[in-house]
Design a protein around this ligand. Structure first.
Ligand SMILES: [Zn+2]
Length: 551
């Protein structure tokens, strides 16, 4: 059992922000004297004094397994301080060192927990595994002056860290976000910037929605036509007037396999798992544009230029479809080491299946009741294939309809009912309900907000989310792996849009999935977010300001 899920401890509050969230501007006036780590650590004990980074400060690693984390820390410190930071192995702690250690006996903190101690002479970060040390490094990053985020040397800053002890570990294993390059392509260079920011807040799963009716964004060597044809569309909905086309050809936009490898490797060094999503049986028009024989009607098709749901989906009565899907998944599994492979499974209208002779023969032959059970058949077949390759299938909660596949994990998005049903049956679940986790919803009211898909999800509501439903028993709750915020792409016209919709709501979600439930305090969180705005300014993020003003 995860130590952090069950522990009840005295949380040492680090900020005395006893005020309403609306009056943060005056109540958080002494920000610089406070500690503003997000997500809030499990336990902090403050002490007198400060550690100061100097010319002599080195990163000292006590295990070869920490070389990458040590170099990462040096790369964080060097640009802004202008100091060259040595990463060296040494058994003797020396003054001025930042010591990174592994202690396998710290099992109670789990793979991602860490101990952090700062004294005037040195800093030590200890974890049972490298991931824990990495998260201790993120805490160090947030304890340093915000200017540390600068890529240029900053003069006149004293690089101090307050003396304190921290004991910390996450409440949940899955702390995720989703990006949607299928609707609006997101360049590789921006994806890696997004990963950097996720790491700062100890988020560890990034789902990439790689295929949909409006675009196929991943190179598949066996089927080059997928991207030759499927990564281009005639036009897109017009910003501000979604019913009208913008008349601008879009694409070709896709990731080459080399680019995918670069993204995956970059993420791995930051302990972020990239979860690929290949949609099936619905949201698959891009594949049918390239290969019309994968559909029930045989086409021909054109790429969808509006958002929404497409009636033409893969034919479940055609074995060639399963050969195609498996070929694609083989290349996907080769690129993505993630245990979980997301197969979508949502919003698959059954109109075509109900009329398709091949699908009807399949229903009869397999003794299925209807088209919903045919979808279940489809998912089971893919689940069996992925399981045979040592991977695990995850899909949106529609995969429960007609019976959930034995190995499937469910991502509950249409509220939490699907998650409750799946966990009750012993399936693992990632919670991602529209009510609390859809970051494409508006976060403020009024004309100053950018166009959103609809809905309203303010920061406080995200922060108030509790991923463990009361309806589940203690044993069933163990199946809730965590939660994920989804930044769907329909209205994310630019990276700046993505940032505006993501932050600070992703910070709220980070605290939901990392910090102990009992430690949550929105007023205190708002205080830390306010201080955090300066850090995001230095990084260059177009976050939504707490006072609702656009930057
Ligand atoms: Zn069919």
């Amino acid at each position: 059992m995860n130590f952090c899920r069950t522990m009840v401890r005295v949380i040492v509050s680090t900020a005395a922000c006893f005020f309403s969230a609306l009056s943060f501007a005056t109540a958080c006036s002494s920000l610089d004297q406070e500690i503003h780590v997000i997500p809030k650590p499990v336990k902090i004990e403050t002490a007198e004094g400060k550690f100061v980074l100097t010319e002599k400060t080195a990163v000292i690693i006590k295990s070869r397994d920490l070389i990458d984390v040590g170099r990462y820390l040096a790369e964080i410190i060097e640009p802004a301080t202008g100091k060259r930071v040595k990463v060296e192995s040494s058994w003797f702690p020396r003054s001025g060192g930042i010591v990174l250690r592994l202690d396998r006996s710290l099992k109670e903190l789990g793979d991602e927990g860490y101990l952090f101690r700062c004294t005037p002479r040195w800093i030590t970060i200890t974890g049972a595994r490298p991931a824990g040390v990495f998260y201790g490094v993120q805490t160090l990053r947030q304890l340093l002056p915000v200017e540390i985020e600068s890529k240029q040397k900053i003069e006149g800053v004293v690089w101090t860290v307050p003396c304190l002890s921290i004991e910390d570990c996450p409440r949940f294993k899955w702390r995720g976000l989703l990006l949607d390059p299928a609707r609006r392509f997101i360049a590789k260079d921006y994806i890696v910037k997004y990963i950097d920011l996720m790491a700062l807040y100890k988020l560890n799963h990034l789902q990439l929605h790689l295929t949909d009716d409006q675009g196929w964004r991943i190179e598949i060597k066996k089927y080059p036509r997928l991207t030759e044809v499927g990564s281009i569309r005639k036009e897109s909905p017009m910003p501000g007037n979604r019913k009208q086309g913008d008349g601008k050809p879009y694409g070709p936009f896709f990731y080459t396999q080399d680019q995918i490898r670069e993204i995956v490797a970059y993420a791995a060094k930051r302990f972020v798992t990239i979860v690929p999503e290949i949609e099936m049986p619905g949201h698959s028009l891009a594949a049918s544009v390239a290969f019309p024989e994968l559909s029930c009607t045989g086409g021909p098709f054109e790429m969808r230029t509006k958002w929404g749901i497409e009636p033409d989906i893969y034919c479940a009565g055609n074995d060639r479809v399963f050969d195609f899907v498996q070929d694609v998944l083989i290349e996907v599994m080769d690129l993505f080491p993630s245990t979980f492979i997301h197969i979508g499974g949502d919003e698959a209208p059954k109109d075509r299946w109900n009329k398709c002779p091949k699908c009807q023969v399949r229903i009869q032959k397999e003794g299925l009741k209807d088209a919903h059970e045919l979808q279940s058949y489809f998912v089971r077949r893919v689940d069996k294939f992925l399981t045979s390759k040592g991977r695990r299938l995850i899909g949106w909660d529609e995969i429960l309809e007609g019976g959930v596949a034995p190995g499937a994990t469910v991502m509950s998005w249409r509220g939490i009912k699907g998650g409750i049903a799946a966990a009750s049956e012993g399936h693992d679940v990632v919670m991602s309900p529209t009510t609390h986790c859809y970051f494409d919803y508006a976060q403020g009211k009024g004309d100053s907000e950018p166009e959103a898909i609809g809905g309203f999800l303010p920061l406080e509501k995200v922060y108030g989310y509790e991923p463990l439903p009361d309806q589940l028993s203690a044993d069933q709750k163990k199946h809730i792996l965590g939660a994920q915020g989804n930044v769907w792409g329909e209205y994310m016209w630019t990276p700046q849009n993505i940032e505006y919709f993501s932050y600070p709501r992703a910070c709220a979600l980070a605290e939901v999935v990392w910090s102990p439930a009992k430690a949550k305090n929105f007023a205190d969180f708002v205080c830390r977010v306010k201080a955090n705005e300066k850090r995001l300014d230095v990084i260059g993020i177009n976050y939504r300001k707490l006072d609702g003003q656009r930057k």
